[in-house]
Design a protein around this ligand. Structure first.
Ligand SMILES: C[C@H](O)[C@H](O)[C@H]1CNC2=NC(N)=NC(=O)C2=N1
Length: 92
């Protein structure tokens, strides 16, 4: 199981556009259409399933909020950071 990251490590490792909120890291991705957001969420879901590490995804009109934490560890680990980077790769 991945180890919890320290406060300093979290700040240092946060991928572009992501912020820390307690025991989670969060990013809201903006889209021109609702269905673009749905498509992004579907892709993110596939990447998450491959990684066996699952985010909370909230789809609204024009944006998708993604929240990551490592439930097994009770906080933020390297697994969250790596998946956040992969979500950024899908988006960019
Ligand atoms: C039993 C199963 O391997 C675990 O529940 C996996 C599944 N997906 C997961 N997703 C997240 N975000 N954190 C976990 O600790 C986690 N653990």
């Amino acid at each position: 199981m991945a180890d919890l990251l320290s406060d300093e490590e979290i700040e240092e490792k946060l991928p572009k556009g992501w912020n820390r909120e307690g025991t989670e890291i969060v990013r809201t991705y903006e889209f021109d259409s609702y269905l673009d957001g749905v498509g992004f969420a579907a892709g993110a879901g596939g990447v998450a399933e491959d990684a066996w590490h699952h985010p909370e995804i909230t789809i609204t009109y024009g944006s998708v909020e993604v929240r990551l934490t490592t439930h097994d560890a009770g906080g933020i680990t390297e697994n969250d950071m790596q998946l956040a980077e992969r979500f950024n790769d899908i988006y960019e």
